[in-house]
Design a protein around this ligand. Structure first.
Ligand code: SAM
Length: 265
């Protein structure tokens, strides 16, 4: 998919249409007509209720005292600096847009884990850090955000600082690291990794390879939630990830054990 950076308004509409028709077509090919209808209904609902979703986001920002949306008059999705995209391993970064908070909270509640505090939460492509604050509220400890764009890293760090300044959050740990996801090393220990369609297939393939290497080195409880899973087939192809569930918004995977002879070298 083309990054949104260089696109004007007409191109954005075209990109959205391609995203929509691609998702519906894929759902039809992979899961049949009912899944394709579900996907189309979801898009219509999203467009219809977009103003409500924006209002919720604004209220949440106000409540937390942070800024995770764009400029009030600007586009909902913020294009990245072309130079930032050009400096990445692959030029397939997607513009910043926050995950709708109510979807994210539903996703967190659906995770098959007993104690959130036993897991590190990592958002790969964390943008302004909204998910980091919500994941910390949910009990994950520590929480890590990985972000390519230094401008967004600064905003995310400001947001985290504001959020942690409020008692009783002082003891919590939230780190934002500036890094290209293509060569990011996952933290050790049980982990929940999250991605909101942050990049194209090339970066995603490297991310999955790094995950596999890390899991082979230290097998551990590991879940990966992929919101707006445009390149889901890359995860489906991994011998070390097993899909637990999927709906029209996200797909959830867990690490599975691979017998040594099956493991790619
Ligand atoms: C759709 S936004 C999601 C933001 C955040 N995860 C959320 O849900 O609120 C995708 C983010 O991924 C970041 N990104 C894109 N390519 C990246 C890369 N190669 N490494 C790290 N972050 C990247 C973008 O800068 C953007 O902030």
């Amino acid at each position: 998919m083309k990054p949104l950076t260089s696109l004007d308004r007409a191109d954005r509409v075209k990109a959205k249409w391609l995203n929509f028709s691609g998702a519906v077509g894929r759902a039809r090919r992979e899961d049949g007509l009912p899944a394709a209808s579900g996907q189309a209904a979801r898009w219509i609902a999203d467009v219809t209720f977009r103003p409500v979703s924006i209002l919720r986001q604004i209220r949440l920002d106000r409540r937390l005292g942070v800024r995770t949306r764009g400029e009030p008059s600007g586009p909902a999705n913020e294009p990245l600096d072309p130079e930032v995209i050009a400096a990445a391993t692959y030029r397939d970064s997607i513009a910043y847009g926050p995950t709708p908070a109510h979807h994210f909270l539903r996703l967190l509640s659906s995770l098959p884990i007993a104690v959130a505090a036993d897991f590190t939460f990592v958002d790969i492509g964390c943008g302004k850090g909204l998910t980091l604050l919500l994941a910390s509220d949910h009990g994950f400890q520590p929480v890590i955000g990985v972000e390519l764009d230094p401008r967004l890293v600064d905003i995310a760090r400001d947001n985290v600082r504001t959020y942690l300044a409020e008692p009783p959050r002082h003891e919590r740990v939230i780190d934002v690291v500036q890094h290209d996801a293509a060569d990011y090393e996952l933290p050790p220990g049980p982990t929940i990794a999250f991605m909101f369609n942050p990049f194209g297939e090339s970066t995603l393939r490297d991310v999955v390879k790094n995950m596999e290497r890390s899991l082979r080195r230290s097998p551990r409880p590991f879940y990966l939630a992929y919101y707006n899973p445009v390149h889901r087939e890359v995860l489906d192809e991994s011998p070390m990830l097993r899909r637990l569930s999927k709906n029209t918004r996200w797909a959830l995977y867990e690490a599975c054990t691979v017998v040594e002879s099956d493991a790619p070298s």
